[in-house]
Ligand binder design. Structure first.
Ligand code: GLV
Ligand code: GLV
Length: 321
C-alpha cells in the first residue's frame, strides 16, 4: 500500500476515500514530527494538503524525497510552490470546477449584503434600535457598472448571475477573451476608473500581490465598493483601510485577508464593511465535492491512471508509480 501524508485535518470524505486505497499518515497528530519524518518521510509518495491551512514549506518537501503528487484542497493553490514542485518532478493538483457556482453565489450575496447593509440591519434590529427609528437608507446596485478582476471560471459564473441584475459588466485580466461580450480593460486602474463596483476573483500568489493598491482604490472613487473573494494578498490591506477611513471609497465586502484568520482591528471596528471568514466555498455540498477531488486525484495516481486535475505548472507527462 502506498504511504500518503495528510498535513492538516480535512473532511471525513478525504480520509475515508484515501484509507480505502492507501496508508494514511496524519502529520499534525505526530508528537515528534522530526522523528516521524525521518522514519516515514522517505516512504511518502503523496501529500494531501489544504489552502485553508497555510503554506506547504519546501523544508517539508526536503524531508519527503520520494513524493510524486501533492493534492491540494481548494481551487487556489498559492499555498504550494508549484514551480518548485515542477523542478522536483512532483505533480500538483487542485480542486477546480466543483466550487464555481458556490463561490459565485456567495459573491453575489456578499455584494448585496454590502450595498444594502444586510448584516448591519440585522444587528440594528437585534439591538432594539428599530423601536426607536427606521434603519438608515442604503446605497444600491441599480445603475451600477460592475468590474470583475479575473474573468476565469468563477469570474464568468459571477458575471452570468450579474446579468440577471441588469447592470453593465466589464473585466480586467491578463488577456482579452474573444468569446465574451463584456468590456475589456487592459489595466486594473482603467477598469476601476470606469466602474463603481470592483469584484476581485483572480488567483493569489506573487504575480497578483497588491494588484489592488491605493491608486486603484482612488480610481474606484467615493461611490466605489470593493468585493474581495480571491486572496487577501491581492489587496493592499493597509491601503484599503486608509481608503475606507478617508472616504476614498464607499465600502467593502471581504471574504479573505492578508493574515488569516487574523483580521485587522481597524476593519472590525468599521460599520461600512462586511466581513466574512473565508466561506465562499464553505457549504457541506461543495466542501465534500472538493474533498472528494483531493482524494480522487491521489487514488487515481496510485492506481497508475495519472492525476485528474493537475495545475498548469505541473502538467502530467505520463509518469506513474
Ligand atoms: C478541508 O477538508 C477543510 O474543510 O478544511
Ligand atoms: C479557497 O479559497 C479555494 O481556493 O478554494
Amino acid at each position: 500500500r502506498t504511504d500518503i501524508l495528510m498535513t492538516a485535518p480535512m473532511m471525513p470524505i478525504v480520509v475515508e476515500t484515501l484509507e480505502k486505497a492507501c496508508t494514511l499518515h496524519r502529520l499534525w497528530e505526530q508528537p515528534d514530527q522530526e522523528a516521524f519524518l525521518k522514519e516515514v518521510g522517505p516512504r511518502i509518495r503523496g501529500v494531501a494538503t489544504s489552502t485553508l491551512y497555510g503554506r506547504l514549506e519546501a523544508s517539508l518537501l526536503d524531508r519527503l524525497p520520494n513524493v510524486e503528487i501533492i493534492s491540494s484542497f481548494g481551487v487556489g493553490y498559492d499555498n504550494v510552490d508549484a514551480a518548485e514542485a515542477a523542478r522536483r518532478g512532483i505533480v500538483v493538483t487542485n480542486t477546480p470546477g466543483v466550487l464555481d457556482d458556490e463561490v459565485a453565489d456567495l459573491t453575489l450575496g456578499l455584494l448585496l449584503a454590502t450595498l444594502r447593509k444586510i448584516p448591519q440591519a440585522d444587528r440594528y434590529l437585534r439591538e432594539g434600535q428599530w423601536l426607536k427609528a427606521s434603519f438608515p437608507l442604503s446605497t444600491t446596485l441599480r445603475g451600477r457598472k460592475v468590474g470583475i478582476v479575473g474573468l476565469g471560471r468563477i469570474g464568468k459564473a459571477i458575471a452570468r448571475r450579474l446579468a440577471g441584475f441588469d447592470v453593465s459588466i466589464a473585466y480586467h485580466g491578463r488577456t482579452q477573451q474573444d468569446d465574451v461580450a463584456y468590456t475589456y480593460y487592459p489595466t486594473v486602474t482603467g477598469l476601476a476608473e470606469a466602474c463603481d463596483v470592483l469584484i476581485v476573483i483572480t488567483p493569489g500568489g506573487a504575480s497578483t500581490r497588491h494588484l489592488i493598491n491605493a491608486d486603484v482604490l482612488k480610481a474606484l472613487g467615493p461611490n466605489g465598493v470593493l468585493i474581495n473573494v480571491a486572496r487577501g494578498t491581492v489587496v493592499d490591506e493597509q491601503a484599503l483601510i486608509e481608503a475606507l477611513r478617508s472616504g476614498t471609497i464607499l465600502s467593502a465586502g471581504l471574504d479573505v485577508y492578508e493574515d488569516e484568520p487574523r483580521v485587522p482591528q481597524e476593519l472590525i471596528d468599521m460599520e461600512h464593511v462586511v466581513l466574512l471568514p473565508h466561506i465562499a466555498s464553505a457549504s457541506v455540498h461543495t466542501r465534500n465535492a472538493m474533498g472528494k477531488l483531493v482524494a480522487d486525484n491521489i487514488v487515481s495516481w496510485v492506481e497508475g491512471k495519472g492525476p485528474l486535475t493537475p495545475v498548469p505548472e505541473t502538467p502530467y507527462k505520463g509518469r506513474q508509480l
